[in-house]
Design a protein around this ligand. Structure first.
Ligand code: NI
Length: 235
């Protein structure tokens, strides 16, 4: 499932994050690459221990935790602390690769299985050429270049790349999620069901305002959602 979350960062948060990271010292992006991806990775990355990276990471983490669509779509068990990258000039692309299956966070020695890969766009798409995130999935290639502040979540199992940036620069935040539900197909079903139930409940609330009773189908469907989640979740 490929999911877009509009304005995962509010404009004020986006401006703060950009200011923090633009003023920091960037390093070669291969610091976190595996042996295959290291050969095709050509970008810059913010060393995670820098105070600017820590502050920007905190802003992103708080924004995600309060976002219901992020929580519903990802069912996060563990989130790898967000990292930041930069494409432009001579360091402007990242060829085809699949992200490592397990990331170990150096500072905490915590392991995160990368069920979901995330990119949070931090640059206005009109300010740079190229830089599309190209994700190969069963329906063909998806070319993704979202508004600044928008997030894309896609299965960690996908081959993907970032096209060369030929004008301007592309800033982004990226990270991985270990989900309570490992299977992408199961997560997708739960997401569809949750969205449908939320919409039905909204209609129920509108009817309740006119004195109607809550419909028993909504109660039963909500029960089905939780019972599927109980069956599939690893916590
Ligand atoms: Ni990747």
């Amino acid at each position: 499932m490929l999911l877009r979350i509009h304005q995962a960062l509010q404009p004020g948060e986006l401006a703060q994050v950009r200011e923090l990271i633009l003023g920091a010292d960037w390093a070669d992006g291969r610091i976190t690459a595996g042996s295959q991806s290291g050969t095709v990775k050509n970008n810059l990355q913010l060393p995670e221990e820098l105070p600017a990276a820590q502050q920007a990471r905190h802003i992103v983490s708080v924004a995600l935790a309060r976002n219901p669509m992020f929580v519903t779509g990802a069912l996060p068990k563990s989130v790898y602390p967000p990292l930041f990258n930069r494409y432009g000039g001579d360091t402007n692309n990242f060829g085809n690769h699949i992200d490592n299956a397990v990331r170990t966070h150096a500072a905490s020695a915590r392991h995160v299985r990368t069920d979901i890969s995330c990119t949070l766009f931090l640059s206005d798409p009109a300010s740079y050429d190229g830089g599309e995130l190209v994700v190969q999935d069963t329906y063909g290639e998806q070319r993704i270049k979202f508004d600044a502040g928008d997030l894309v979540m896609y299965p960690g199992t996908s081959v993907h790349r970032v096209e060369p940036v030929t004008r301007g620069e592309r800033l982004a935040c990226f990270f991985w999620i270990e989900s309570m539900v490992r299977s992408d197909a199961q997560r997708r079903l739960l997401y569809e069901m949750d969205m449908a139930i939320t919409s039905l409940r909204q209609k129920d609330l509108e009817r309740a305002a006119q004195g109607a009773a809550e419909s028993p189908e909504v109660v039963r469907l909500t029960g089905c959602y939780h019972n599927l989640l109980r069956m599939w979740a690893e916590v």
